[in-house]
Structures are given as structure tokens and as C-alpha cells.
Design a protein around this ligand. Sequence first.
Ligand SMILES: *Cc1c(COP(=O)(O)O)cnc(C)c1O
Length: 483
Amino acid sequence: MLNYKSNKGGGPTVDFEKAIMDGYASDGGLYVPAYLPKVTHSDLNQWKSLSYKALAFEVLSLFIDRSIVSAVELRLLLDECYDTFETKEVIPLHQLETRDETYIMELFYGPTLSFKDVGMSFMVNLVNFFLKRKSEHLSVIVATTGDTGPAAAHFVAGKSNLDAWILYPKGLITKAQERQMTTLPHTNVHPVGVFNCPEGSDDLDVVISQLYADDTFKNKLNLSSVNSLNWGRIMMQTVHYFYGYLRIAKEVGAPVNMAVPSGGFGNLCAGGLARKMGLPIHYLVVANNQNACLNRIFTQGVFSKQPIHETVSSAIDILVPINFWRFLYFNVERDSTKIKEWMETFERTGQVIFDAETMAEYRKGFLSKSISDEQTLKTIKNVFDKENYLLDPHGAVAVAAADQLKAQLGGHPLICLATAHPAKFSETLERLLGADQISRAARHPSIEEAKVKCQKNYTCHYSHLHSAFKETMNTHWDLHHPS
Ligand SMILES: *Cc1c(COP(=O)(O)O)cnc(C)c1O
């Protein structure tokens, strides 16, 4: 049986179900599998013609014990998740005509139009499956830079065993993203807009950690987490790397590069782990915007927190890429003592400088660039003019980074991950290209419909968020779950 433990080494070893239901490990670390399953070229050859869902079944079966989720149950869960996507393909690949073998992996056909749907749909449905089996109720709190919140809200909505509390930095996400959360009528979805977050959504994570650290409160509400420190989302996100590779590689073993717009490193952690499992990805490109913590890690060996910049790719305005700690664990021979020391040094001082040997190890197979807003917008315009194809600002960060690294990437096929539908960023795109030009590509019916609905309007100031939020959650609980 594949068990899970904390990358910091504390707390017990747990089974898959507990790792998912807990979210955080009890020592504040991130759950990691006790070993990484290996995938051979012969496995990959057999998987080459599978649909996304069928491939997901194969990959997830490596991580989930059948005694916990049976084959039939896993297939049903995958149907429930991915039949809600707009295309039957789930994750289509669009080839750019005017470039050498460049494909856009369109990860935004889920119900809330971002790549968060890919992992969150599975996470929430899986948590709900476990809760129903045990007749339990759970509350989750998530902070969002704009896409996690809508995805969590959508998949939790109407599920009677779950409540979702969602904190978002007011004014720092797009109106479309805000409406995706606030127009849901379901009484188990609670979005809260927080004013005056000095460091954007990273501030909200601080408050959430404080709430989780309060055992009485945590136990009363049965609090858990579905943010990207939950292993379930990382595991699910490995699948699109396998899928993209198998669709594009001329034969199993041929080099394919992938460029990924990154903030919290959840998506790329999954890509890095897929490669360690045996998927022959050539280079993974860590594409940052001006908030370039990952870029500093991969080019200078420094993990440091710097002031936030507001950018046009706001979903990756993230200062602390928490999933890097999970990935690093697999690069230091699973030495949890080292991980614990680094994580604690970072919490204490806001900076860790890695030794040359460690850096050489985790950098293998990665390249990185930090992209300015100017470069992002130029890339959108360039691709739109030449290809009549509209990238969202995050997909554009990936394409721009790959452009800058062209020489190092060699002439191999390239997949750029497009993580959001342009309709979520239509204001920026209209300003750039003119409203008539982009009208069709930057509209989506679900975004348009939300414009004419009533919005829930819970708000709070960051200065008193902790106490106010806790009281609201408590009151809601007492009203709806009288003991
Ligand atoms: C969350 C998000 C990302 C970043 O993913 P990480 O796993 O945090 O690196 C990129 N693009 C969009 C549109 C997102 O919503």
C-alpha cells in the first residue's frame, strides 16, 4: 500500500484517505507519497492512445490503493469531474501555425474556465465521496488569487456534506472572477472579499494558517484544506503532463519541452514529479511574472520573499511558492531533516540560500524566466495578429518565457500551458486589442450570465480579518449544525 507522510518528517505515516482529508500534515509540512511510482516506456506506449479520462485512471491508480477507492468508484469519480468540461477532449492542444511545433495546452475548459478546475474538481468530489461514506461534514477555507476560489465554490456548491469559505483580496482579482464566486446562490458557499491586503493573497494564507492552528476551532468545524498544498490536487495535475507528452511526442522517449506559468509551483511540482516517475519531458520552463520568487530559486539558488507587484497575470501574483518544498524533498534524497530546517529558516528570516549541490540537483531539467507585463502584452498581441488566437495573460507568460529561452530549448516540440480562458481577463485584453477585435474570443456565456445576477457581498478589512472571520464561521456553524 502506498502511504503518505510529511515532507518535514514529523507526525504519523497515513493512508491516502487521511492525507487527502487532512490537507496539511500535522507538523505543518506537506504530505508526500512514501515512494514515487515508476512508469516505464512500455507503460507509456500502452497509454499513448488513451483519452484524458482513461489516462487519468491509469496514473491515479498508481497513487490510490484499491482498498480505499475501488476501480469502479474511481471511474465514476472521473466521469463526475470531467464530464462537466466543455469539450469531450477535456484538455485540447492547439497548434500555433506560424511557429515551429508549438502547441497551446488549453487547460481552461472546466466550468470556471481555469486550470484550477482540473485539480479542484477531482479534489472536491473525492473529499465528498469520503465524507458521504463516513456521514461526516467538513468545512474548507481557501485563499485565492482569482481562480482557486471560483473552482472551489463551483464544485462545493450544493454538496450538503461541505461548506467552502473563500477569502479573496478585494480589487486584486478581476470582476469576472469575483462574480464567479459571489453569484452562486448556494448557502454552503461563502466568499469574503478582504480589503487592504498589503501582500495580496499571501496575507490571507497567514490568517488561514492561524485558524488551522486553533485546535478547538478546527475540530468543531472539522476544518480541512483543498488549496494546492493538498496532495490530491498535485497528484491530479500530473495527468495533463502525461497526456500532453503522449499526444505530441513522435515516439515515447522523444524530447518535448513544456512551459508553465507559475506562482505557487503546484502545477510545476506535478510536472517535475511526472518526470521523476519516468515521463521523458526534456525541459520544464518555470515562467514567472514580475513576482519572481521561483525565478530566483532556479537562477540564483535563493528562496526569498520580496514585495508584491500587481501584474496583468494576477493569478500568479504569489510571493511564496509553497509547493517548491514538496518538490525539493524528492531532490535531497527525501531528507526531511533538511526540508524542516529550510522551511523553518524561511519562516523565521524570509530567506533561504541553497548550497551549490542542492541547487544543481533541483535545477536539472528546468529553465526559468521572469516576464514583465510589457512582454506579456506584446506576446498576446503578436500571437493574436499572426495567428488570430487569443492567449490569456498567463498563457502568454509561458509563451514569452519559452521565446526567450529558444536557444537553450533546442528545436524540440514545445507545449505551453494556457491556464485560463481569456474571458476571465477581458478588460486587459480589450484595452490592449480593442473591444471589437477580440469580441468573440474574449467572451464566454457563463461570464456574461454572471454579469446580470445579484452578488453576495461579505467583505472585511484585513486588520480585523482573523477575529471577524472566525466569528462569522462560528455563527454559521451554530445556526446550521446545532448540537
Ligand atoms: C493558479 C494559477 C496559476 C499558477 O499555478 P501554480 O500551481 O500556483 O503555480 C497559473 N495560471 C493561472 C491562470 C492560475 O489560476
